[in-house]
Design a binder for this molecule. Structure first.
Ligand code: KG4
Ligand code: ZN
Length: 340
């Protein structure tokens, strides 16, 4: 890798968070995230409103990121941005902004895959955080994806399994919606689960071959269970909130752990890194830590601020691509779906 001093501005706008970060090599100088509360009232992200909010937020967010980093835009060496996957209207805002700024400053543009970034966030240089060694297994769990990836090198990634329907974040958010929680409900399930009994209610785990996942059946099961229980007792949710949340979370964690155990068995790799918004979940973090002793795994759990969408993770991939001179030209287009 390069021993030069490199400043990269990174932009993330794939869904409903507008974020800008400034990296100095593999260190984060600033990482600013503007959340969009407008979606809470709709029970999910409204694409049209998300792109409008990105347009409003992008200039101030970049400005704050540069100020916090203590550098001017003229000192930047490159601009990294999320090319995909994500919502097209949201991606276009960050992509067009990054392209224009790179042209104006006459510095290279670097395109980054959002899921690649959720995995490589572990290579951000942070005190107290070890970096995984290649090859390792990555479990990426977010609002849009659920994948087990074999990571052979910075740019050599192999998807071993993925969801065939809903992502694990959707399983959390849709369950939360059934319980009447606002969007995104994942963090609320996590919060209430802390007080509850994870074995209070039993949900069956889906039977899916190999390393693939399925979460849509679980959502339907939860919906029918809640509808039936509320019919018998209208206060059922309020009286059992903690136990319901703990039981849902426990089932989801068991589904993830079963597949991870199988992936370790199939590959012989015992280094596991998690990434994506759902890796903020305290139950998942705790269960993985316990697996270090239980199964002799080495686990890598991102710093909280690098779990949900943020530009620092785009910046670390941007830095490694910049070092390899993998630049995008001005004809680059945003992509709602994209391979590694
Ligand atoms: O990676 P991310 O910020 O956006 C996508 O790329 O999708 O992930 C967002 C997802 C949402 O589904 C949200 O409910 C979930 O991450 N999430 C959580 C927690 N924090 C965020 N799910 C469970 N427990 C949490 N603590
Ligand atoms: Zn994400």
């Amino acid at each position: 890798m390069s021993s030069k001093s490199t400043y990269i501005l990174a932009i993330e706008s794939s869904c409903d968070d507008t974020s800008a970060a400034v990296m100095h090599n593999n260190k984060v100088l600033s990482n600013v995230v503007a959340k969009q509360e407008i979606h809470e009232q709709y029970g999910g992200v409204v694409p049209e409103l998300a792109s409008r909010a990105h347009q409003q937020n992008i200039v101030p967010v970049v400005d704050i990121a540069l100020k916090k980093a203590g550098i001017t835009k003229e000192e930047l060496n490159g601009i990294a941005f999320t090319q995909g996957p994500g919502l097209m209207g949201s991606l276009l805002v960050g992509g067009s902004f990054a392209k224009s700024l790179s042209l104006a400053l006459n510095i290279p543009l670097v395109a980054v895959n959002h899921m690649h970034a959720h995995i490589l966030c572990h290579f951000i240089d942070e005190q107290g955080y070890d970096k995984p060694e290649f090859p390792f297994l990555a479990l990426t769990i977010s609002g849009g994806h659920t994948q087990i990836v074999k990571v052979n090198s910075f740019f050599g990634l192999e998807i071993l399994g993925e969801t065939t329907d809903d992502a694990v974040g959707e399983a959390f958010d849709k369950s939360a919606k059934i319980l009447g929680f606002p969007y995104p409900g994942g963090p609320l399930i996590d919060k209430y689960a802390k007080e509850g009994n994870p074995k209070a209610f039993q949900f069956t785990k889906p039977k899916v071959d190999g390393l693939n996942f399925s979460f849509s059946g679980l959502k339907t099961q939860i919906l029918y269970f809640i509808q039936k229980s509320v019919k018998e007792n209208p206060n059922f949710i309020e009286e059992n909130k903690a136990d319901i949340c703990a039981s849902i979370q426990y089932t989801i964690i068991q589904i993830l752990m079963d597949k991870l155990k199988l992936a370790v068995k199939q590959t012989g790799i015992k280094q596991i890194a998690i990434g994506g918004g759902v890796s903020a979940n305290s139950g998942i973090r705790q269960t993985l830590k316990q697996a270090e002793d239980k199964y002799k795994w080495k686990t890598f759990i991102p710093k909280f601020e690098y779990t949900t969408d943020n530009a620092a993770m785009i910046g670390i991939v941007g830095y490694y691509r910049y070092c390899e001179s993998i630049f995008a030209d001005s004809s680059i287009v945003s992509k709602a779906r994209i391979e590694f």
